[in-house]
Design a protein around this ligand. Structure first.
Ligand code: HEM
Length: 170
């Protein structure tokens, strides 16, 4: 990730939108992170009219929950699903999957209105952090895999610790 930041941004101190959209590998890492740890582990809908989908009948006013976390960890779509592998989001790999197998921001007319803004903020923050700091895990931080609590917003059960070391450039 740092190699990419240095290649795209180098010595620039002002990072703009055009720079950010060139961070292809960082985008893959962000997408894989949102696959493994979707902040919203479920998305809910209310049926507005009776409908049968794949042989399952839904009556009007039935509420149902889309199991985003389970879909993101289904080995039919993501082989070895507990492995963190940003290459799953390389363009040629992504093109092989149904878009409905990736739902960190929901889907359809009521999906997350802030998605593009959120991606932009994450890319921009990572670009600044990776340019200026190195990160290390430290003793006392829980081992992988991280135990998650998916009630409400997905979060780790235990506190994660990292050490950040400033990179000084002459
Ligand atoms: C990583 C960051 C974020 C994630 C993972 C996320 C995820 C989601 C999800 C899963 C939904 C429900 C979509 C559905 O049911 O189909 C949603 C809705 C929404 N999000 Fe986000 N969100 C993020 C950041 C943001 C930001 C930065 C904003 C605003 C600046 C935002 C504003 C909204 C709004 C207003 C809705 C409701 C949309 C509607 O009901 O029409 N979100 N978000």
């Amino acid at each position: 990730m740092r190699d990419e930041v240095m290649e795209v941004i180098g010595d620039k101190t002002e990072i703009d939108y055009d720079d950010i959209t060139k961070l292809k590998y960082i985008n893959q890492v962000v997408q894989e992170t949102l696959r493994m740890y979707p902040p919203a582990a479920r998305s809910n809908r209310l049926c507005t009219k009776p409908i049968t989908i794949n042989g399952i009948h839904f009556d009007k006013d039935v509420a149902f929950s889309i199991p985003v976390y389970a879909i993101h960890h289904d080995e039919k779509y993501y082989p070895d699903p507990y492995k963190f592998d940003p290459d799953r989001f390389a363009p040629e790999e992504k093109a092989k999957r149904d878009p409905l197998t990736y739902l960190p921001f929901g889907y359809g007319p009521r999906n997350c209105i802030g998605m593009r803004f959120a991606y932009f903020e994450i890319w921009m923050t990572l670009a600044h952090l990776l340019k200026n700091y190195r990160f290390y895990s430290i003793p006392g931080s829980p081992d992988l895999p991280i135990k998650l609590n998916t009630q409400g917003i997905t979060k780790p059960e235990e506190t994660l610790y990292v050490r950040a070391e400033r990179i000084y450039v002459d």
